[in-house]
Each structure stands twice: as C-alpha cells, then as structure tokens.
Design a protein around this ligand. Structure first.
Ligand SMILES: Nc1ncnc2c1ncn2[C@@H]1O[C@H](COP(=O)(O)OP(=O)(O)O)[C@@H](O)[C@H]1O
Ligand SMILES: [Mg+2]
Length: 277
C-alpha cells in the first residue's frame, strides 16, 4: 500500500475488546473484616466483581470503604473471610505472582540509582546481574526515562519518581497491575501527562489494570469500567461502562464523560453524610 492510500485508511485498533476476553480476576460474594481491640471492622461485604483480561477497571468510593483491602485480596496478601476469589480461573489461596502492585506509599530507595531501584524485584528473585540490568534498562526506556538511569530519586521530579516506581512494578512482566491512588500527590499537569503515558503503556503491554482513585476525571479518562463503592462496609453501588474507542485522546473530555461524572458524583453524595448536612 503506498503512503497516500495508507494515510486514508483509519488506524485499526489492535486492542482486543476487553468485554470479550476471559475473566482475569473474579470476586464472588467476598467479605472481609478486621478484628482489632475486640471489635470487628467490616471492610467489604458480599462484593462480586469480574475483571476481564486486558480491561482497565477503576474503583472509586469514600475513604475507608475497603478499596485498598480489595487490592490486597487480589494480590493474595489477605484472605477473604467469606466468598471466593479467583485469578485466571483458579482459586487464589496465596500471594498472587501474576500481579504488579503499586501501593499507596510505595517509595523508591533513596540510596539506589533509578537503574538499581527498577532492577530490585529481579534481584530479590535471584535473577543474574547482566540479565536484570538489561530488563531494567528496557522498561526504563519504555517509561521515557532512558537518560535518567544513573540519577538518584532525589534528583527527579515527582512525576518521574512515579514512573520509576511503575517501571519497578513492570520489570518482571506481570499480567495485571494493581494501582492504589498512584497519582494523588502529583500536580494536575503532571498527572495528566502520566495518565496518558499509563494508558499507552497498558495498551502496548496488554495489561489488565485495577486502579483505585479518588479522582473521578482520572477514572473516566482511563477506564473501561468504573466500580462505585458505598461507605463501609463496602458494597458495589453501581458499575459504569466507559466507551474507549481506539485512538481516543484521553486528555480531551467528551460530553458523555460529564454525564458519567455527574451520575457518579450524585451516587457518592447520596451515600455520604453530605446529603444529611
Ligand atoms: N490491617 C487492618 N487492620 C485493621 N483494620 C483495617 C486493616 N486494613 C484496613 N482496615 C480497616 O478497614 C477499612 C477499609 O480500609 P481500606 O481498605 O484501607 O479503605 P480504603 O482504601 O477504601 O480507604 C478501614 O476502616 C480500615 O481502617
Ligand atoms: Mg486506600
């Protein structure tokens, strides 16, 4: 095909429709409580949720509603009290080795260079030095930090540090990314840039993502599906599908996005004490 013709052919999406993919993570009637000082705090109650392979799913809801608990369950770091949790069609009974987990307070080691920080998970897994440095360099280039391998965390901007943390999570090629409010400390401009990069990276690597965020705009810009949690004990109030056509510029809000925003906002306001104030 010559250049003139090919430029007229619309770019075809290589991203498979996530709604037609097999289920990656399945929560079936999952409940989880925590006992401390003789009292039980019920974090999740009868939560059922399916995340399909290659889907980008966001969880929004009030603080303390069990969102981090749900990620910890998906990572296999906690066991459910009741219900069933499956990953890739099998019962999840221990740490989930298929997920990369960027926790809320994930920090880089300040005394290590970017390269050594990103290589760390492979070092822990006993991968040899040349191999782990090569893998770290590849993923560092992928997040756009090729010229910063030798820098130390203190020499980087907040957005760059987040990208290093993301690279460290991706260095062992997880199938699924669990992200707990990853961009909440960043300024608005930086957040937009890193959101766009994340969406591209997730598409390129074919990752499944479960993202916890307080930022409704972020959830709408990035996700195929948004799950709205109630106050504790968290139940799912409603699930929204967000159309994400190929080639969409996520930095440009659409009229339909505003509708979703208002619906979620109303749901959260109805569920909170705000409506009683
Ligand atoms: N390890 C724990 N021990 C006791 N309580 C916990 C523990 N983890 C979470 N909780 C409680 O469970 C509830 C849900 O917490 P969390 O999942 O962190 O909520 P979110 O991420 O939605 O803000 C909170 O009330 C929290 O205090
Ligand atoms: Mg949390």
């Amino acid at each position: 095909m010559n250049a003139a013709i090919s430029s007229l052919v619309p770019e075809r999406s290589v991203r498979p429709d996530p709604h037609r993919q097999p289920v990656a993570i399945a929560f079936d009637q999952v409940s989880k409580g925590f006992r401390s000082h003789g009292r039980v705090t019920q974090a999740l109650e009868n939560v059922s949720l399916e995340v399909r392979r290659g889907a980008f799913v966001s969880l929004v809801g009030p603080s303390g509603s069990g969102k981090t608990t749900l990620l910890n369950l998906a990572a296999g770091l906690l066991r459910a009290d009741a219900g069933r949790l499956e990953y890739g069609g099998a019962n999840l009974t221990g740490p989930n080795t298929q997920v990369g987990y960027l926790t809320q307070d994930d920090a880089l080691l300040p005394w290590r260079s970017v390269l050594a920080n990103v290589a760390l998970p492979l070092e822990v897994r006993g991968v040899g030095r040349p191999e782990r440095l090569a893998a770290a360099r590849r993923i560092i280039a992928r997040v756009g930090l090729k010229d910063f391998e030798k820098h130390f965390p203190a020499q980087l901007s907040g957005g760059m540090r987040k990208r290093v943390a993301l690279a460290r999570t991706l260095v062992y090629h997880p199938e699924t990314l669990l992200l707990d409010e990853p961009f909440s400390a960043l300024d608005a401009q930086t957040r937009l840039v890193i959101q766009k990069q994340l969406r591209e990276l997730v598409g390129e690597l074919g990752l499944t993502v479960l993202l916890v965020t307080h930022d409704l705009h972020e959830a709408i810009a990035l996700s195929d599906t948004i799950v709205v949690f109630s106050r504790r004990p968290a139940r799912i109030l409603e699930t929204f599908e967000v159309p994400q056509p190929a080639g969409r510029d996520i930095l440009r809000p659409r009229a339909a996005d505003e509708q979703i925003y208002l619906k979620i906002w109303d749901l959260l306001a109805d569920d909170s004490d705000l409506s009683d104030a």
